[in-house]
Ligand binder design. Sequence first.
Ligand code: PMT
Length: 414
Amino acid sequence: MIEAASQPSPRRILLGVTGGIAAYKAAELVRRLRERGAEVQVVMTAAATRFVTPLTFQAVSGRPVRTDLWDDAAEAAMGHIELARWAELVLVAPASADFLARLATGRADDLLATTCLATVAPVWLAPAMNRSMWANAATQANVATLGDRGVRLLGPASGEQACGETGEGRMLEAEEICAAVYATELQRPLAGVRLVITAGPTREPLDPVRFISNRSSGKMGFAVAAAARDAGAVVTLISGPVALPTPPGVRRVDVETAAQMYQEVHAAMAGADVYIGAAAVADYRPTCCASNKIKKTSDRLDLSLERAPDILASVAALDRRPFTVGFAAETTDVERNARDKLARKRLDLIAANEVGSDRAFDREDNALLLLWPDGRRELSLQSKADLAREFIAVLAERYHETRRARPKLAPVAS
Ligand code: PMT
């Protein structure tokens, strides 16, 4: 877990090294990152080992270098899934044209590519290749695809190349890459924070074709997930049925019912630092779901409903609970009702919105009143994307403040 964002802090960086003459610069990069307090685990492709030996990287990183997806001993100790989970940032430098192509097409044909597929951490690439290879339409298409998926590119720079040509394609210098990593961290108040958020409605089935639901479109929760990602958080978005694309770089889990959402939220709680309940979860659900379509046999049909699990309250009640944030959808007495929910559910922060047929639900804009035990902040009516950014800025302040005051509240990610 990254500590307060205003200071350079240790972080777990998985450095991927692919085949190219710039691989020698990666050894200097390891040194620079470690000087800033990072733990660096190097993973090399087979081609990279032709340029620099794993021993060099082992010496500068202080850790055994991983090269092989099929290394039995290493897989037993720290397999590719463990590597993917361990990393707070995956940085590939140099990233060859071949590696960009493999990543763009989702290949899992070596340890580095597999780890990139398996991680929810941000993936950054520092490309290095001949200028014609960089300019080639295939490479540019791969770069565009990766950019759309939230992969960030550092460089390449322009200048003299190892092949004697001059042009764009040189890898950035180690210090430039290192500065980019830490400069961004300063602007990202949730860097490395593991955040779980729910969004959208739930559907509670009455029979195989009917359900009880609500008007939530998921727009608010999805906007908050994207803003949290931009603030550096590692985001898991647990969504009810909505018609929205997944924000790039966010891990999404789809559910239908409150019970499924409860299960997925708790499955995501290990190591979570922040939980935000933005979903409009059913308060009540049918006591049973008819196995066949309910027939129109009488003039009147009474439904029997029971309480659905309260996901937010159950998260707040965990022994090692994350920083817990609720939403409150109110039609009257917004502040009083929201303050009551904040206290009753033992939340760290609540975002209250006035809802109605023409407010908040399924709208492009919204306004929020943020409340915490000894404070409040009003966020004015604006697009949900802008509102989400302001919300996340306040949340980050409150999160760091609470962690300083009550360090035991939020678990440290394992
Ligand atoms: O999705 P949009 O169309 O963009 O609309 C956004 C929104 C209005 C749905 C959103 O801004 C919002 O207010 N979400 C919470 C809606 C809600 O269920 O509010 P509530 O006051 O009923 O619930 C309070 C809190 O308890 C919420 O954090 C909710 O996620 C949580 N809850 C509620 C019931 C339940 N069974 N489990 C829960 O965890």
